[in-house]
Design a protein around this ligand. Structure first.
Ligand code: AMP
Length: 411
């Protein structure tokens, strides 16, 4: 199924607005941000202008304002969007207006260099969304034109530019005035140390999103699929490991049980392996990672808990033993290889059950991944063909005549 705006559970007035604007399908940053923001998560997103990031935060934010929280009180604001410049303030405000055209929400924009009085008037009844530059916002706050007791979400848009423009003192003063319990979304084109420090103090267990300029991931990470029957995945993995003489491999499996079973099999074959998953106590996880880093362990098998934040230098090979349930995790997984200019490879062992997950991933990354059948492992249950529009093509291409030997071993 193609990823659609409707599949995020966006409410009808938002879908109608998107229809009017002619947006047909979400961009990658939207596909990742919308579900996370709707779920109330904090967000740290590396995304530039032109990626569709504004709708990525505005749509779910508008929806949350409709579905949750109290009516806005006078001089209050429920969602605050901080931007570096008046141009961006106007642009973001205009986007909110368009997306929220069919919603009974109040919105305002405020920036310096123009008279403050009309802005104060507008805030008197309270607004659901305020788009503002930091300096003018502080002025309004000092004059009691705006209160933050009802604030539920803070967005920092183009955070790097705000710091570049020297707004860090203003930002800190704003943060100090905001309620501690809130959702915070941080967007930045680049992630310098200063931004990371800022993020560290503001975000609570954020979902992180990286929308690399198109195709950079693909250039440094070679990706392909090997179709296989579910029951034969372990055998195929062992075969590939030996045949390709993989050195260290990071393997992702869907479940804890899957992880443990694979590790057991590997150990039984004399291959050094360890695991990382959510049920394992933290010290055990760290030890597994350390052993892998110092190459005491050849194969590290993990669930998606491990996909984020693992920084392992020069890891050449990632294997998706199972595809991730959440398409965005695919990007995190393959992001473990091909770092810092190194080339990497990511292979996914896919069975017929996983075709919908595959379609979602291909839509997200906007590529149809190449398939390479492994002689002797051609699946009996064919994996239907997919394409980067997320289509599962109904009629799979007629399979090549199975090689007799292959069919036998498949049993
Ligand atoms: P932004 O992230 O604000 O820089 O968005 C860049 C441009 O893409 C804006 O002009 C948006 O109107 C447009 N846009 C955003 N999302 C979509 C979408 N899903 N489909 C088509 N156009 C979009």
């Amino acid at each position: 199924m193609p990823v659609t705006f409707a599949s995020f559970g966006l409410i009808d007035p938002l879908l109608r607005a998107l229809d009017t604007l002619g947006y047909q399908s979400p961009t990658p940053v939207q596909a990742q941000a919308i579900p996370a923001v709707l779920a109330g998560r904090d967000l740290m997103a590396a995304a530039q202008t032109g990626t569709g990031k504004t709708a990525g935060f505005a749509l779910p934010l508008l929806q949350r304002l409709m579905m949750e929280g109290p009516q806005v009180a006078s001089n209050s604001v429920r969602a605050l969007v901080l931007v570096p410049t008046r141009e961006l303030a106007e642009q973001v405000f205009e986007s909110f207006r368009q997306y929220g055209a069919h919603l009974p929400l109040r919105m305002a924009v405020a920036y310096g260099g123009v008279s403050i009085n009309p802005q104060m008037m507008k805030l008197r009844k309270g607004v659901d969304v305020l788009v503002a530059t930091p300096g003018r916002l502080l002025d309004l706050h000092r004059q009691n034109a705006v209160r933050f007791t009802q604030l539920q979400t803070l967005v920092l848009d183009e955070a790097d530019r705000m710091l570049d423009l020297g707004f860090s003192r203003e930002l800190n003063a704003v943060f100090a005035a905001l309620p501690k319990r809130r959702q915070t979304l941080l967007f930045s084109a680049t992630f310098s140390d200063a931004i990371r420090t800022l993020a560290g103090g503001l975000l609570d267990n954020p979902v992180s999103i990286e929308v690399s300029p198109r195709n950079t991931a693909a250039q440094s990470v070679r990706q392909w699929l090997v179709p296989v029957d579910k029951k034969r995945k372990t055998a195929l993995f062992l075969h590939l490991l030996k045949k390709n003489r993989w050195g260290q491999v990071l393997v992702f499996a869907k479940t804890r049980k899957g992880v443990d079973e694979l590790v057991e099999t590997l150990l039984a074959q004399g291959i050094s392996a360890d695991s990382i998953h959510g049920d394992k106590p933290q010290p055990g996880r760290l030890r597994a990672l350390e052993r892998f880093k110092i190459a005491e362990v050849q194969v590290l098998v993990a669930t998606d808990v491990a996909a984020r934040g693992l920084d392992i230098d020069a890891l050449p090979q990632v294997v998706n033993f199972d595809l991730p349930i959440v398409a965005e995790d695919y990007i995190h997984r393959i992001g473990r290889t091909g770092r810092a200019g190194a080339t990497g490879a990511a292979v996914s062992l896919i069975c017929a059950d996983e075709v919908q997950l595959l379609a979602a991933i291909e839509t997200l990354i906007r590529q149809t991944l190449p398939r390479m059948e492994e002689p002797g492992f051609a699946p009996e249950h064919r994996v239907p063909m997919t394409d980067a529009r997320g289509q599962v093509l109904k009629k799979p291409k007629k399979p090549k005549k199975p090689k007799l030997g292959a069919a036998k071993t498949a049993r």
